[in-house]
Write a protein that binds this ligand. Structure first.
Ligand SMILES: [Mn+2]
Length: 374
């Protein structure tokens, strides 16, 4: 396989992405947050002087090659379906992160360009693809994808080819955005000969094979990435509690491991973490990807999400599990998804979205630091 040159990678990246915080196509909504983020990233005058794009493009050439861990946003919620709003996750979570932590040891590569009505190119006809190519790239003949998940996949694939040792922390987005990123990660690691596993925190299984005829969405992405794992045993799901079917149903169907929230409460996070480590060591796993749906947490901590659920974990439980995993494996990739900061749940008494964002920021900081250090 021929790896494209750095120049080709940069040209593609400038087509596919926009500067950090610009993933939602709007001028005014949340502009205070976007400008705050961009001033902190690119300097106090960058926004006023309209130099954000120029400085971001320059940073792709100078700062990106030095970084160990890269932050990447996919502001798409077209794969959600009960309560939208996770398109604002990348901007709001980044702004919380940058306000609370100066030295994140990560480079922010930007956001995928998102046409909010699209999900994946395979659902589009040629006419629509042409029109969207014209809108995004100024030419209907250019052979580039147009839907957020298709762009994200090609970007992640090129990223891993270009920088095999770097890791990516992706911020969603509804959970469908993990499909392209996890798939690209698994394919890249397979090509590198690395043994990897997927650890998935969620209140829901996301194991439907399709939902209303759509095979890539927030309810199906996990079943869609299983074929890219070495075996289904390389998938561990933690925190499940809102499912129409029992644990046995899912484990018998997919032959992976599920740990429901109740088991974490009954046995304790440390015992659960030790079991996962033992299982993955037996499979000779070296590296893990952590996909984190914020709704794995109880709605008391994560009310600003599409489907808040009671009876969930407290933040210290996934934190303990992730710390134990990090002591034993490299964390090669991770994501934080389903934060919908404009969503207010009437069932939740906490101040939102601040509670959800603060908790998500502390878990994200751990993951980013972990990926930046090994
Ligand atoms: Mn999910």
């Amino acid at each position: 396989m021929n790896t494209p040159s750095r120049a080709e990678f940069l040209a593609k990246t400038k087509h596919y992405l926009v500067p950090p915080g610009e993933g939602v196509f709007t001028v005014h909504t949340a502009s205070d947050k976007r400008e705050n983020l961009q001033r902190k990233l690119f300097g106090p005058d960058a926004v006023k002087d309209k130099r954000v794009r120029e400085l971001w493009e320059k940073s792709l050439e100078t700062t990106l090659p030095q970084a160990k861990c890269v932050i990447f946003g996919i502001a798409s919620d077209a794969g959600g379906g009960i309560q939208r709003g996770a398109n604002w996750g990348p901007l709001f979570l980044r702004e919380t992160l940058i306000n609370s932590k100066d030295d994140l040891r990560a480079y922010d590569v930007g956001d995928v360009r998102v046409i909010p009505h699209l999900l994946h190119d395979k659902y589009l006809n040629d006419e629509t693809i042409k029109k969207c190519r014209q809108a995004l790239y100024g030419s209907e003949g250019i052979a580039l994808p147009v839907s957020p998940l298709s762009i994200a996949y090609d970007f992640a694939k090129s990223f891993h080819e270009q920088f095999p040792a770097k890791s990516m922390f992706m911020i969603g987005g509804d959970h469908s955005v993990s499909y392209p990123i996890v798939r690209a990660y698994l394919e890249a690691k397979k090509a590198q000969g690395k043994k990897v596993a997927l650890v998935h925190f969620d209140a829901h299984t996301d194991l439907l094979e399709e939902r209303l005829g759509i095979d890539i969405c927030f309810g199906t992405w996990t079943s869609q990435v299983i074929p890219f794992l070495e075996s289904p045993k390389h998938l561990v799901q933690i925190g499940i509690r809102a499912s129409g079917k029992e644990r046995m149903h899912w484990e018998n169907k997919f032959h992976h491991t599920q740990i429901w929230a109740k088991e974490v409460f009954d046995r304790g996070a440390n015992a659960v973490a030790d079991d996962i480590v033992a299982q993955l060591k037996k499979l000779d796993v070296e590296e893990i990807y952590i996909s984190f749906d914020i709704d794995v947490l109880d709605q008391e901590y994560a009310g600003a999400t599409g489907t808040p659920e009671p009876g969930g974990l407290s933040p210290h439980e996934p934190m303990l599990i992730m710390q134990t995993l990090f002591e034993n494996f490299k964390i090669g990739g991770a994501d934080m998804v389903e934060i919908a900061p404009q969503v207010k749940s009437s069932a939740v008494k906490q101040i939102e979205p601040e509670t959800t964002l603060m908790v998500a920021a502390s878990l994200s900081t751990f993951l980013i630091q972990a990926m930046g250090s090994k």
